[in-house]
Design a protein around this ligand. Structure first.
Ligand SMILES: C[S@@+](CC[C@H](N)C(=O)[O-])C[C@H]1O[C@@H](n2cnc3c(N)ncnc32)[C@H](O)[C@@H]1O
Length: 287
């Protein structure tokens, strides 16, 4: 299946589902906005440490593009650390809430939010090479049919020498997400770009398992790590670091146990990595 990246059933279904989830998430304990109001942040421990390694002197003056920013909790966490942030998300309710929150906590001068499909980002923000950091974390490329085009968009926006920080669930663990499939086989496909997506009908939500979403159909692509790495290389980015972790900031399976600070891991044996993070750099000379 080759998806039209600018429109179609996959995009309509996913956008409707994400738009509806915004209210569910804002009512949940999963997304705690209180630290933002106190001038702090809600970054998970993996991301917090990753950003500190990249910017040990802080984010003052750093220009960040946050792709798939949801309602801006992480974007505003980065802005509270001094960054100037542009967040992009395709869900109107998410963007409205991100703007409202930025206003409420006095960060609208440093945090701007744009409603757009990732694949339209170049048209919505037509300034190539304008960001020091492109930030993409947790539950992102699984909603995107084409990782090669995603990587080209990331590269388009990075300044020479600028970096992508990317963290997400590990694809080999994501295939088991939820309760698993029949006979305890994996529930999801390990799907290369434009391969057949998993079209899932699930009215529940990770932030509220009791949720009864009306827009319950989603289209998902569990992109293998080799595909992600190849896409970044083909887009002209150099891989600086790649790290796997046995933890992830949501309860990825019923068997996953809380590890503190909102992280979950294996109960005992570490069977598989649950997440990975990477940093990729744009070449220093002009492309
Ligand atoms: C799991 S959330 C990401 C959460 C993020 N880690 C954060 O900062 O809260 C996935 C987000 O991707 C957005 N999204 C999914 N597909 C998209 C697309 N094609 N273009 C833009 N945003 C998209 C959804 O609206 C949702 O806000």
């Amino acid at each position: 299946m080759t998806a039209d990246l600018r429109g179609g059933e996959w995009l309509d279904d996913n956008r409707a589902s994400w738009d509806e989830r915004v209210g569910v998430h804002l009512a949940s304990d999963f997304y705690d906005q209180a630290p933002l109001r106190e001038g702090g942040g809600v970054l998970d421990p993996i991301t917090r440490a990753g950003i500190e390694r990249l910017h040990p002197d802080g984010l003052e003056g750093v220009r960040v593009l946050h792709l798939q920013c949801h309602f801006g909790s992480d974007s505003l966490s980065l802005a509270n650390l001094g960054a100037t942030v542009v967040g992009i998300d395709f869900a109107p309710a998410a963007v409205a809430e991100a703007r409202r929150m930025a206003d409420e906590i006095g960060l609208s001068h440093r945090a701007r939010f744009i409603e757009a499909n990732v694949y339209d980002a170049r048209h919505m923000l037509p300034e190539p090479e304008s960001f020091d950091l492109v930030f993409v974390t947790w539950g992102t490329i699984i909603w995107l049919p084409d990782v090669a085009e995603w990587a080209r968009i990331v590269a388009w926006f990075l300044k020479p020498g600028g970096r992508l920080y990317f963290a997400d669930g590990h694809p080999s663990a994501l295939v088991f997400e939820g309760d698993g499939g029949p006979g305890r086989l994996p529930a999801f496909t390990y799907a290369y770009s434009n391969d057949r997506p998993d079209v899932v009908d699930d009215p529940g939500d990770y932030a509220d398992p009791e949720a009864q979403l009306v827009n319950a159909t989603t289209w998902e692509w569990t992109h293998p790590t080799d595909e992600v790495l190849r896409a970044l290389r083909d887009a002209g980015l150099d891989l600086e670091t790649y790290t796997e972790h046995y933890s992830v900031p949501w309860q990825i399976f019923p068997a996953a146990v809380p590890l503190g600070e909102g992280m979950f891991g294996w109960p005992d044996t570490r069977w598989l990595p649950l997440s990975f993070e990477l940093v990729a750099r744009a070449p220093s000379s002009s492309r």
